[in-house]
Design a protein around this ligand. Structure first.
Ligand code: COA
Length: 99
């Protein structure tokens, strides 16, 4: 249900998939319009076999490059250190809890 909702609001031009040499997806960044009209990194994921090689940061960076001059938000679940560090490495700043 939640995923279907995000897919309806997906911003395809800024969503990015990284593929390996065999053309299989290894990391992805989904950008979508938030319910309040904001632009959100709705999800970022890296294939477990490919984690820790900079791919998560690379796909989010590519999404940001497709959104020049746009304020971009992202949500992090408490305790998701990899996600928090990924976003911090791209200069995202903490704004507070989602309302
Ligand atoms: C979060 C996730 C996408 C990170 O992907 P990744 O390709 O491994 O990330 P990167 O290699 O680009 O690393 C980006 C930063 O996060 C840090 N990081 C990555 N994995 C980490 C871990 N397990 N613990 C601590 N820091 C970690 C890296 O050190 C790097 O920071 P740095 O530049 O300061 O060194 C990946 O762990 C994942 O798919 N998690 C499951 C899905 C998820 O929780 N998505 C986020 C919710 S939207």
């Amino acid at each position: 249900m939640e995923i279907a909702d995000w897919r309806r609001r997906a911003m395809a031009h800024a969503s990015v998939v990284a593929v390996g040499a065999d053309d299989r997806p290894v990391a992805a960044s989904l950008v979508a319009l938030g319910r309040n009209g904001s632009t959100m990194i709705a999800y970022v994921i890296t294939d477990p076999a490919w984690k820790g090689r900079g791919l998560g940061a690379a796909v989010v960076a590519a999404s940001l490059e497709a959104l020049p001059g746009t304020a971009v938000f992202a949500g992090v679940t408490d305790g998701n250190t990899p996600s928090e560090r990924l976003l911090a490495s791209l200069s995202f700043v903490r704004t507070g809890p989602v309302t």
